[in-house]
Design a binder for this molecule. Sequence first.
Ligand SMILES: NC(=O)c1ccc[n+]([C@@H]2O[C@H](COP(=O)([O-])OP(=O)(O)OC[C@H]3O[C@@H](n4cnc5c(N)ncnc54)[C@H](O)[C@@H]3O)[C@@H](O)[C@H]2O)c1
Length: 393
Amino acid sequence: MSAPLNGGFATLADPTAPVRLVLVGAGGMGRAWLGTILANPDTELVGVVDLDTSLAEAAVSDAGLQPGEGGVLVGTSVSAVAGATGADAVINVTVPVAHHPVNTEALFAGLPVLCEKPIAPTVSQALSLAATAEASGQLLMTSQSRRYYASVAAFREQIVSLGRLGSTTTEFFKAPHFGGFREAMPHVLLVDMAIHAFDVARFLLDDDPVSVYCEEYNPSWSWYSAGAAATAVFEFAGGVRYTYTGSWCADGLETSWNGMWRVNGEHGSAVWDGDSAPRRQLVPHGGVPADVEVAEPMAAVPEEIAGSLVEFVGALRDGRVPSGEVHANVLSLAMVEAAVRSAESGVRVLIADVLEQAYVQAVTDETHDGVHQKLATWGSAAVGLAAPVVTPL
Ligand SMILES: NC(=O)c1ccc[n+]([C@@H]2O[C@H](COP(=O)([O-])OP(=O)(O)OC[C@H]3O[C@@H](n4cnc5c(N)ncnc54)[C@H](O)[C@@H]3O)[C@@H](O)[C@H]2O)c1
């Protein structure tokens, strides 16, 4: 690693060599990441870590690789496996409660981390991680994989042509039977799924939310214990009202996993069904509506987690701040926490209040001296999160 950039993160000493990666977490999503790492010519898998090493060994073997010495090293400690293999970086695909400890261990071992969403279970822990990234001088990036679609990029371009924006909506209606923890957890739709749409809304609108009012409920036939359906109305800084409405026990005419989107502005509207090319209709002031335009097929780009891996590798090579850098990502998690708080209290919640209360909590809870010092220097979440400038995708 070279020295950290001015106020930024360390980049790779040799930007042409394949990036040597340790994958942490060999569960369902970990296996998807393993395949994605192997398919990327700019990365090399050198180790897999899981509390259950038999899962890690099976994932490595099933991919046709040799687990252990001389092959892909398997272990239970990220710093031990990274140290023994001379790894450059870590991909963290553990369960959300393990994100803070695993990221912290890796960052202070001198390793940049690409971490699955959500970056942490709480905004307070996410702020601690942002300060940890600063204290360690390493890049911490959240993989918000639903930003990486050619059709999202095309939709974003169409939205720019709509002028000043008014309403934006996402309808998300699916009926998955996951079994396991999701069917027992509180606020399942908001916490486990809605963060994807909330994050994409920030990306598409290129703006941040200021408040939310949310109602959450569980349909009478729900196979989830709580909160399988919700409707949240966010106000964004530029005045846009973003409405997310969804259910996870909605059989029939299901939407895409990306949801169904509509954006209205002063010059017309754009819609995206979440899968195919977005459409736009411009209407000149007082004029005749133009023909509906379907976005031109965009050049093939790496999508979903393959896309976030490419952006992570690029950032480590040239120092460009990626869109999922932890400071920038905290607001997506704050949207979830604010929506949950509104659903519980029945009142409109300000995002700034969620951030500043989380900041006080983070300062109180922090046990690492260097991280505590960083947090204290911020003085507020607003100041701390304003630090890095994110380079657009
Ligand atoms: N981007 C997406 O579309 C998407 C989809 C599914 C899951 N996810 C995210 O991926 C992450 C993992 O989800 P999953 O479904 O694979 O979970 P999982 O439970 O199947 O796997 C998690 C693995 O992490 C391991 N683990 C837990 N704590 C650990 C620790 N401290 N050190 C090392 N290993 C540890 C567990 O043993 C398990 O094997 C979650 O953050 C989840 O939100 C994202």
